[in-house]
Each structure stands twice: as C-alpha cells, then as structure tokens.
Design a binder for this molecule. Sequence first.
Ligand code: RIB
Length: 338
Amino acid sequence: MSCTIKDIAKQANISISAVSLVLNDKPCRISQEKKELIKKIAKENHYTPNINARSLVTKETKTFGLIIPDIENIFFSRLTKSIESYCRESGYTLIIVNSNDEYEQDLYLIDLLLSRGIDGLFITFSTSAYKHEKEMCAKLNKLTVPYILIDRFFSDFNCNKVYFNNKKGAYLATRYLIEQGHKKISCIIHSITSHNLSYRFEGYKEAMDEYGLEVKEEYIIKGDYYIESGYNAGDIIMKNSTTAVFVSNDMMTLGLLKRLKEEGIKVPEDLSIVSYDNTLNDFIIDLQLTSVEQNILNLGKKASELMISLIQNRHSKFADICLEPKLVVNNSVKKIID
Ligand code: RIB
C-alpha cells in the first residue's frame, strides 16, 4: 500500500494540512525540527503525491493531452518529443494519443483525454477532418479546456493555432527547381485540397505561374502523406516528361525513392527532387535531399509556451502564430543548362 499524507501525519503526530504545506514547500508556522521529521518520514516511506487526490483540491491535474495523426511519421514523433519535454520541464505530464489520421478517432480521443481530466489539449487533427469542418469546429467550440491547433487548422475558424506558412514553403521549393533550370515540374500533393493542405499546391502553382511555366494536369499527382502514395506516384512520374518533382511531405518522398530505385532511376541524375519536412537526411545514405524545413522543435516550443500562458490566463484573445519555413539545399537537384 503506498504511503499517503494521512500516514505521514499520523507518524509525525501533526495535522494532514500541515503535512501538505510542508511537502509542497508552502509557508507555514511549523518548527524546523517538525518539518525535517515530516520530510524524513515521507522519504523513508517513498511517498509520492497522488495527483488525482491533489486535483480534487486544486482542480488541476497538471496534465495535457496531445492528439497526433501519425506517430510513425518522423515529423510528428519529433513534434511530440518537443512538446513533451517542454511541458515536463514546466511541471506538466503529456498524454499522447495517435489518431491514425482518422477523423472519427479525433473525436473519440478528444473525449477520452477530457475524461482523464486534462488541463489543456494540443491537436494536429487528421487530414480527413477537413471533410468534416463544421462538426470538428462545433466539437472544438464545446471544449471546456484551452486547446491549440498545431500545424493544421481551418482558415476561417478563430482559435489558438501554431503552424508554418505552407504556401511559402512550397513556393520556395518550386522556385528553387525553376532557378536550377527545370521547366517541367511535377508535384505530389495531398488529395484533400482544402485549407492548409491545399496551400502547398498553391505555393507550387504560384512559382510556376510567376515564371510562366505550364502546369499540365499530368504534373499534378495526388497522395495522402503516407509512403505508399509516394511509391505509386513514382509510376506516374516515370511516364510523364517531367525532369523534377516537388513532393509535399517526406513520407511520400520515401515511397517515391523506393519506386525509383526499383527501376534504376537515379536522383538527381535522372530526376530532381525537392521534398518537405527535412526529416530524412539523417537516415538516407546515398543522397541528401533538398527539402523544406519546418523547425519542429520551435513549433513544439511555441505551442507549449502558448498553452502554459493560456493555463495561467495570460491570454485574452486568440493567438495565431505563423512560423517561417526554410529551404535546405542539398544534392537532390541537378542544374539544367539549356
Ligand atoms: O509529413 C506530415 C505532414 O503533415 C507535415 O508536412 C506536416 O506539416 C503535417 O501537416
């Protein structure tokens, strides 16, 4: 049976409230000798505070929830690590749940985390949530705890959100390919073309339009941010006449590289690639991808700082934090001289 505050009070022959004040280092009129006795008993009995019991008094569990769509995606596992370490340093525990990019799971997991008494919620909702905007926004509006949308949001839904400028990232990627002499450029984008999932496609188109380059229908390949869709896109790219491709996330790039390797197609000799997320170069050997970096550590830090300030009521209006992506140039793009 674990030691409780009541057990310590009995052994020290003092009130439970006095023990609570001493163990929480709160100011109290108790002799130094008694304080040392209380701490000694607690240590000898391996006392650990019961958060559930404490939350009945403080109405706080010092716990946040985090819903992510794909924990196997390095982008989200790194984001999780950033948020977890920052929140723990601030005295909060993080309950992490994975929705498998399923909207129905988003809704279920929100209720599950609320039932665990979380004090705040971080969520990157599933891409499929964009098909259920009204229902998702209604759900979020009813939340009884502060929440922050991370990375994905609904453009006309006012709430606390922290994300990167997706359109700019895609524009930088595509403009770089054009500046390296490529004119026929494919893009592998997410099939859901709404809100910030479409912004990467819009950034690609903006760069192509700016340089007067045609975007043929066959250049536009739809994926789902998972490896298999990038692999399948490889078959389409091998048939069209493009010399370069902008891939809107690293997992699809992994699939594409696998397909190209199977056919002996070399990067960048035969096909140039710019990817998105910049999370693969620590793991792939014979190539270093040029990629759009979203500083994941900073994304997690900004979201965590915002949550802590929301909890401490230091915020009156919604925060809309848009971070800048960066193009990291490596060796996956060949320069074409006309
Ligand atoms: O790789 C997963 C993608 O989904 C990332 O680019 C991130 O922006 C998320 O939206």
